[in-house]
Design a protein around this ligand. Structure first.
Ligand code: FES
Length: 106
């Protein structure tokens, strides 16, 4: 069982890179993890380290061409890669810790 981070490490309504190329997003007691790779140009979603742009704790915006992805399923709902998805990394929350399920992140 790999501990990725503490739930409280993740800004509520935002996200950060908890491991190389692993972005975690949080809304209240829920969290999701994705590869930090935009499906538009296969580059990181952020422009500066740990500066992820979000909208109302519900959408993640790519810093390059403003694609908008839903926190809960990583689907692009607006922008140049409409309908494409971020690559999901299965996690679960246990006692305030965010645990990676199954996949190695190295
Ligand atoms: S690289 Fe993300 S929207 Fe273009």
């Amino acid at each position: 069982m790999n501990v990725l981070c503490a739930l409280d490490d993740i800004p509520d309504g935002g996200g950060f890179e908890a491991a190389p190329s692993v972005l975690v997003l949080r809304r209240g007691g829920d969290a999701w993890a994705y590869r930090n790779v935009c499906p538009h140009f296969s580059i990181p979603l952020n422009y500066e380290p740990d500066a992820f742009w979000t909208y109302e704790g519900a959408l993640l915006m790519c810093a390059h061409h403003s694609a908008m992805f839903r926190f809960e399923d990583g689907v692009c709902v607006d922008g140049p890669c409409l309908g494409a998805s971020l690559r999901h990394i299965p996690i679960r929350i246990d006692n305030g810790r965010v645990l990676i399920e199954g996949e190695s992140i190295t």
